[in-house]
Design a protein around this ligand. Sequence first.
Ligand SMILES: [Zn+2]
Length: 239
Amino acid sequence: MTELLYQTDSYIQEFTAVVNSVLVEERAVVLDRTAFYPGGGGQPCDLGILSIAGVEFSVTKVKKQGEDVLHFLGGEKPLPAIGSASRGILDWSRRYSLMRTHTALHVLCGTVFRDYGALVTGGDMEPLKGRMDFEFANMRGELVREIEAAVNEEIRKGHDIQVRILPREEAFQIPDLIRTKINLLPEGIMQVRTVEIVGLDLQADGGTHVHNTSEVGSIRVADYKSKGAINKRIYIDVV
Ligand SMILES: [Zn+2]
């Protein structure tokens, strides 16, 4: 089982850990704790470096498998031994860009729901680029600049972002969470992590976010696409 350091502190760039197991065929190690985000909820995994017993490995992919986080090691150096001390260093420029992008998408989601009542059905991102799908029948080209201006105004207001880990029952009492389809969570999940942009948006979310919307900078609506009568896709760039 890997302790997920990024869940409670998304600003950890370096950490120490111990190798709990080694998967020889996959060239992957499981650590007792990690700040590497394994991907999920539209946010891609982190990359970086693991220095294990004095040997440096590039981390080419990170993936959650049950309660473990697998760190895939690049190159061909011999794999480390179980119990080795390691130091992880994130590619911070990539991760921080993803934090800004992820928060920007939540601002978009909160703003579009508040102004048009449109619900989110999905999303995806890469550093400084993202897209969200909405049930937004009356979305049209003329709204693009209006949405962009409203989102940038919320970013500029400097909303704080609060992360909480709540017992399932407590999370299910929060009406705002229901609209983001929290009721689809598998029954076995006893805790729900919530990300709140105070005063704007509240979601069940596993990703890493900045502390305040002012860190996002600003966004540009790059494009929008109709995916049918109801479903519309909005693309943003973070600048
Ligand atoms: Zn999210």
